[in-house]
Design a protein around this ligand. Structure first.
Ligand code: UD1
Ligand code: CA
Length: 458
């Protein structure tokens, strides 16, 4: 049997979002809402045509050549949008029509819709759902045989019709021959001057076809996103799905409600995630890690057994068994070696830190290569920027950097060198040497009293 085709309606501006970005590009859990619709459509159909209009360039730029696009130049409604694709569709077979703003309808539901449609052998099958609060959606009105008579938009519904809780999800399966015959005769709604796709259904029944409905048991997947409050609600549903899946695979979450993980992020089993942790983009976390509370990982890779508390990591890699935080900030290009420790109030940028090295407190390390077994004392700073250029620093294995030192790049600190606390180092330090640069201490016995007494006079 020929696989069905799909049309995804995504030309609308999304006025209710109050945004300059087309509505369907607004993200949930790291991907635009249209991405989810296209994924689901692709799993069950042969070809996908996306109707674009508002912000079409932005949409094409994001999704590239993977899909066919059809332009709807004027936004004259969902029926008008579908009409633009007619010439591009096969003469016979099945067509799935989806809205770009219902990202929670998964492939498995679309498959059920297709199967229901095939069993019923009708011209059209609508996917419906029963909503506790149906406001804003089209209401499904059925005849005494249970067939769909018509769909009334919220705006035009009478009080009695508004009380109907069965809504149109905006997903349909059509017989292409019937669609091609009847869609061109659709007329605009007299009030809104828009061509409603839903008005096609009575045209089909008038021709003697029965319009079927498949009602979802669970209404959540039917959530349509028209404004940012609905976006937040749909995001919460999706998050529940993502977190649920990870927990079933062996990840512990102390509070899934405050654990925010993007679609596609990988987390290994036996990893424990404390609340307020956000894992974004191309992030991958290994097994047996401890994350959070309050950790934010963006496009970062953590190998197994890493601890990362109250820290932000961005395009960074952390090798096995390393400990990060609390309150560390790893900026792009940071690679933390196995078993290394990056402690509190430490910032690392574009630097490689060797195996087992320790930078435990209050440091900045930028554009540096730090060997293994290095110890950088509290407050030690790599001075990588002279106001015009960035320079590199090499700290070779086993070096000891005393507290509050400034290492002025470009610079090499040789292996097992020792930098005295409080030094400002501007020249290379050969391996095994002691380098010190600080003003000698002066002691004036008995003089402290002068300052203290002065204080008391005030
Ligand atoms: C639509 C349905 C409603 C259903 C709801 C489900 C109609 C008339 N109404 O209402 O019955 O309950 O979806 O969420 O179909 N679009 C275009 N071109 C246009 C207009 C819209 O491509 O000219 C696209 C939009 O980008 C959007 C989709 O069609 O992805 C639905 O449009 P929207 O305006 O959100 O329709 P609703 O009012 O939600
Ligand atoms: Ca909508």
């Amino acid at each position: 049997m020929q696989r069905p085709w799909a049309v995804i309606l995504a030309a609308g501006e999304g006025t209710r979002m109050h945004s300059s970005m087309p509505k369907v590009l607004h993200p949930l859990c790291g991907r635009p809402m249209l991405w989810y619709v296209l994924q689901a459509a692709r799993a069950v159909t042969e070809q996908q045509l996306v109707v674009v209009g508002y912000g079409s360039e932005q949409i094409k730029e994001y999704f590239g050549e993977d899909f066919f696009y059809v332009e709807q130049r004027e936004r004259l409604g969902t029926g008008h949008a579908l009409l633009q694709t007619l010439a591009r569709l096969p003469q016979t077979g099945e067509l799935l029509v989806l809205c770009g703003d219902t990202p929670l309808l998964q492939a498995e539901i679309l498959q059920r819709l297709l199967e229901h449609h095939r069993r019923a052998r009708t011209a059209a099958t609508v996917l419906t759902a029963e909503m506790t609060d149906p406001s804003g959606y089209g209401r499904v009105l059925r005849d005494h045989n249970g067939a769909v008579r018509e769909i009334v938009e919220d705006l035009h519904a009478t009080a009695a019709q508004q009380a109907v809780r069965e809504i149109n999800t905006g997903a349909y399966c059509f017989d292409l021959a019937a669609l091609k015959r009847r869609l061109p005769s659709l007329s605009a709604n007299p009030e809104k001057k828009e061509y409603y796709l839903t008005d096609l259904l009575p045209l089909l029944t008038a021709e003697g076809h029965r319009v079927e409905a498949l009602m979802l048991g669970d209404a959540f997947p039917a959530l349509g996103i028209n404004d940012r409050a609905q976006l937040a609600r749909a995001t919460a549903c999706l998050r529940e799905r993502i977190n649920g899946q990870l927990m079933r695979e062996g990840v512990t979450m102390l509070d899934p409600a405050t654990t925010y993980i993007d679609w596609g992020v990988k987390v290994g089993r036996e990893t424990v995630i404390y609340p307020q942790t956000i894992l974004e983009g191309a992030t991958e976390v290994g097994e047996g890690c401890l994350l959070g509370p309050g950790t934010h990982l963006i496009d970062s890779i953590l190998k197994d057994a890493v601890t990362c508390r109250q820290s932000t990591l961005w395009e960074s890699t952390v090798e096995e068994g390393a400990r990060i935080g609390p309150y560390a900030y790893l900026r792009p290009g940071s690679v933390i070696g196995p078993g290394a420790k990056i402690g509190d109030f430490v910032e690392i940028k574009n630097s490689t830190i060797g195996r087992g090295s320790k930078i435990p407190h209050l440091s900045y390390v930028g554009d540096a290569t730090v060997g293994s077994g290095v110890n950088m004392g509290a407050g030690s700073i790599v001075v990588n920027y002279d106001g015009r250029h960035k320079h590199r620093t090499n700290i070779e294995e086993g070096a000891f950097i005393g507290c509050n030192s400034n290492l002025v790049a470009p610079l090499t600190i040789g292996a097992k060198a020792f930098i005295g606390a409080g030094s400002t180092i501007t020249r290379h330090v050969p391996p095994g040497s002691l380098a010190l640069s600080r003003s000698p201490q002066q002691v004036k016995e008995g003089l402290a009293r002068r300052f203290l007494e002065h204080d008391q006079e005030k």
